[in-house]
Design a protein around this ligand. Structure first.
Ligand code: PHE
Ligand code: ZN
Length: 879
């Protein structure tokens, strides 16, 4: 294939022509849906007259095209790849087109497609061009009116954005509904849904007293899974009014659940479309973490109505403008609704494990990339999660109140516009008076910054000095020398020997017990005065910047911080560092052929935590009692030995399990509740502690412990407890018990694909060497399908991302399996293929043998004819 075109940020030009109104008519049919479009267009004021008109389209069968009512002959326009060009157009005109598309054949799930017989759309980022010829770019905003025509018996529900303004019956048993969206929007926010759906309704009264109709559309079998999301939506609406002063702006807000969906959910104006896994929940089918994930996603999509829809992106390089900000908004919403420290711990764990790995690999890119081949490849952890961290740093630098003034001003200034990251940051600079010029580098420079911190204590002068050295390693396209120092907020405090916070004195400033240092130089030294004894520093509290910070803590200091730090996040982090060191000790012993032992300090800390459980809130405690994941640990090594990490972690886990057996038993028993299930914070923390305890008990492999898991499995009344127990039985390889439980689970839940996804995942992630064969066998199971992204993620994604020992088998069979599947998906669903392949691209820190095998698998993929999506990823990985 010819080399795909690269798009550069620096080449941006405003569109030559914009669209004022877009009228669409859909006549729905599986193989031949007719789409008529009437676009009222005019020349962009900044562009000269006589420039050709350029529209985008893909897989469209063009049946008619006319300009100002006159059919265009073939000589008046040409089609070049995804572009339709008309050389000669006046300054203002009406363009009419008619195309035919085949939703039934659309397996890529971009544009208009069918899911379980229902019609639905996915247009972000460039799916609208699979529906009709259009200037499909986010800086073209038009008012849409959409008429949907379909068979009344099979498609009783016909939805699009905005408000219904007309409806009626047609001949041949068809009917229609016309929708009008009063807010101009880019094409990526267009949506259409048609099907046999049930609706659950409720109302929300805005702070100005307007009543909004809330509708949740689902397939009939899912009606019992809607209550939680409806509640979450109302909580989000209220929170956004209180926290950001943002009120909803249409008379109705609709959510539709669909089974086949590439991502989590989509914020289409007034008509959000959700992956069913991101909206349907019920205690019997959904684990606690699932409820919390759903609450976060419902809020996220709702928040986009302002951060994304009312104020949108000028071009796709600005994606983090809407995504980073909206993730930050949903993170703080969840923190306010549940436990703030636990939410922070979870978010940072994802960032440090997955986003840092992205930064360290061949697909690393800045929060605002400056070029791409396929924009769908840039819906990444860097854009979303690091993008959220950057917004969080702005709030750290400005303070809450000034930040709020900044967001108010931003929404006011740019309402109805398509803008850039600079517009957001400059607004923050304007309202605060802070110079954020250097801060912009966070958007432009890829890679994870490192900060090495050294201390000096002068007892005579009672001075304590910290020296911070920052640098960012090279990333593809950005050599180490080109990396500039960043503006980094470091929230910190100092503790004295009794564990009390020290009053800080820097120069003439007396900030209290805590301060935010603002690093700007490659090297900076800060001197604290009147420090009576050598303190223990607590640095980067709340993870105030997305960096790797190294301070030469002794293990005693880490244990001390676990006990005494006032910052919940840093208490957890100190414990994780201590556990990491203990695990690496064991790893080194194993590698040297010596008998490993458990670090005493770690054992003491666990003993302390288990004896004084009220010291931390329960939810934080449950986090503190868990060891860092294998993926996180691998990220800490310059050279990764997958098996050694696994064995070392398992050794430490088993040692803690055995030596503190009595405590685990007690922890389990004291957290059993009889109360009816609620996904409340209180109950969630009890279940979390109980199931952590169960996991340690089972880590011994003791018959008693497995019997306990079995009993929990048989008596559980909610999926959290069921799944925790089943995971233990399967992951600890409990033989007969595991097989019987898997069968029982299957028999009970085979009708519910979202539950069966969990059944697939927990088998795919078992550490036992039989995992690979199990995955292959499960691919033939009726619960699996390569056509549905959720099934693929549940089985193949889980295996390759969360089962390191088996994915990285020395015989390369794990890699071969992934390559085979990626090649199949390359044809049917390129977006999913390009995501799924990523674990294969992360070979840089593995040994030569694994590197060879992984590159071999990638080369086998490269030899095929690839989609743009996969081409871009594979070329980077093999560069
Ligand atoms: N914009 C969606 C969100 O983050 C994600 C998405 C991107 C969904 C592309 C579908 C396709 O809320
Ligand atoms: Zn989003």
């Amino acid at each position: 294939m010819s080399e795909p075109e690269v798009v550069y940020l620096k080449d941006y030009l405003p569109p030559a022509y914009t669209v004022e109104t877009t009228h669409l008519t859909f006549e729905l049919a599986p193989e031949d849906t007719h789409v008529k479009a009437t676009l009222r267009m005019k020349r962009h004021p900044e562009r000269e007259a006589g420039v050709p008109l350029e529209l985008f389209g893909a897989n469209l069968d063009l049946r008619a095209i006319s300009l100002n009512g006159e059919a265009l002959s073939k000589s008046r326009y040409r089609i070049d790849g995804e572009r339709l060009i008309i050389d000669d157009v006046p300054d203002a005109f009406v363009l009419d087109t008619e195309v035919v598309i085949a939703p039934e054949q659309n397996t890529a799930l971009e544009g208009l497609y069918r899911s379980n017989g229902m019609y639905c759309t996915q247009c972000e980022p460039e799916g609208f061009r699979r529906i009709t010829w259009y200037p499909d770019r986010p800086d073209v905003m038009a008012k849409f009116t959409t008429t949907v025509i379909g068979d009344k018996a099979t498609l009783p529900i016909l939805l699009s954005n905005g408000n219904p303004i007309d409806q009626g019956d047609l001949e041949d048993g068809r009917h229609f509904v016309t929708w009008e969206d009063p807010f101009p929007k880019p094409s990526y926010l267009f949506a259409l849904v048609a099907g046999q759906l049930e609706v659950v309704e409720s109302y929300f009264t805005t702070r100005n007293g307007r009543t909004v109709l809330l509708q949740l559309y689902v397939e009939p079998q899912n009606l019992h899974k809607t209550e939680f999301s409806m509640g979450a939506l109302k909580r989000a609406m209220k929170w956004d009014e209180e926290t950001y002063g943002r009120e909803y702006d249409l008379d109705r807000f609709m959510i539709v659940a669909v089974d086949d969906f590439n991502m989590g959910a989509m914020e289409n104006k007034g008509l959000n479309i959700f992956n069913s896994s991101a909206v349907l929940a019920n205690p019997e089918t959904t684990i606690d973490a699932g409820f919390q994930r759903i609450e976060g996603i419902v809020a996220h999509e709702y928040f986009h109505n302002w951060s994304g829809n009312r104020v949108t992106c000028r071009d796709w390089f600005q994606l983090a403008l809407k995504e980073g900000f909206t993730v930050f908004r949903d993170q703080t919403f969840s923190a306010d609704t549940n436990s703030a420290p636990v939410k922070r711990i979870e978010d940072v764990a994802v960032l440090r494990t997955q986003q840092f790995a992205e930064d360290a690999g061949p697909t690393a890119h800045p929060v605002r990339p400056d070029h791409f081949i396929e924009i769908s490849n840039f819906y990444t952890l860097t854009v979303y999660e690091k993008g959220a961290e950057v917004v969080r740093m702005l709030r750290n630098l400005l303070g809450k109140e000034t930040f709020r003034r900044g967001t108010d001003t931003y929404f006011e200034r740019f309402d109805g516009q398509a803008v850039r990251v600079e517009d957001f940051v400059n607004t923050m600079a304007d309202v605060s008076g802070i110079d954020l010029g250097q801060f912009m580098r966070w958007y432009e420079q890829a890679g994870t910054p490192r900060i090495d911190v050294a201390e000096e204590y002068d007892a005579e002068r009672q001075e304590y000095a910290l020296t911070f050295r920052q640098h960012t390693p090279a990333t593809p396209g950005q050599v180490a020398d080109s990396k500039q120092p960043l503006h980094i907020p470091v929230r910190m405090g100092l503790l004295n020997g009794r564990g009390n916070p020290i009053e800080l004195a820097v120069g003439n400033e007396r900030p209290g017990h805590e301060m935010v240092l603002e690093l700007r130089e490659a090297e900076e030294r800060i001197v604290f005065k009147h420090v009576a004894e050598k303190p223990t520093p607590s640095l980067l509290r709340g993870f105030s910047a997305p960096v790797i910070l190294n301070f030469p803590y002794t293990r005693e200091q880490l244990a001390f911080l676990v006990k005494y730090d006032v910052d919940g996040f840093n208490r957890w982090d100190a414990g994780q560092r201590l556990a990491q060191e203990a695990i690496f000790d064991v790893m080194h012993a194993i590698q040297a052929g010596e008998a490993p032992t458990l670090d005493d300090t770690l054992l003491d800390v666990f003993d302390y935590l288990l004896k004084t459980p009220d010291r931390a809130d329960r939810a934080v405690l449950a986090e503190m009692l868990q060891l860092p994941s294998e993926a996180y640990l691998a990220g800490q090594r310059a050279q990764v030995d997958i098996d050694a990490i696994h064995d070392a972690r398992a050794f430490v886990e088993r040692s803690l399990a055995e030596q503190l057996h009595f405590h685990w038993q007690a922890l389990y028993e004291s957290n059993v509740t009889k109360a009816a299930y609620e996904p409340s914070f209180e109950q969630i923390s009890h279940r979390a502690l109980k199931n952590v305890a169960l996991s340690y008990l089972c880590a011994t492999g003791d018959e008693d412990a497995l019997a306990l898991a079995d009993q929990q499995f048989k008596t559980a009344t909610n999926m959290t407890d069921t799944r925790a127990a089943l995971t233990q039985l399967v992951h600890r390889h409990a033989g007969e018990r595991a097989d019987a439980a898997l069968k029982a689970f299957e028999a009970r839940w085979s009708h519910d694909p979202l539950v069966m996804d969990q059944w697939l995942t927990l088998q795919a992630t078992q550490p036992h060497p039989e995992a690979l064969d199990r995955v292959k066998a499960l691919m033939a199971h009726p619960a699996f399908s390569l056509r549905n992204p959720n099934r693929v993620r549940a089985l193949i994604g889980a295996f390759s991302q969360h089962n390191h020992v088996n994915f990285h088998r020395a015989d390369g069979e794990g890699y071969a399996l992934l390559a085979d599947i990626v090649l199949q998906l390359n044809k049917s669903n390129p977006e999913i293929a390009a995501r799924l392949v990523l674990p294969l691209t992360r070979y840089q820190r593995l040994d030569e043998v694994h590197q060879q095998l992984m590159r071999g698998a990638l080369e086998r993929i490269r030899n095929q004819s690839l989609s743009r999506n996969l081409y871009e990823v594979i070329e980077k990985a093999l560069a």
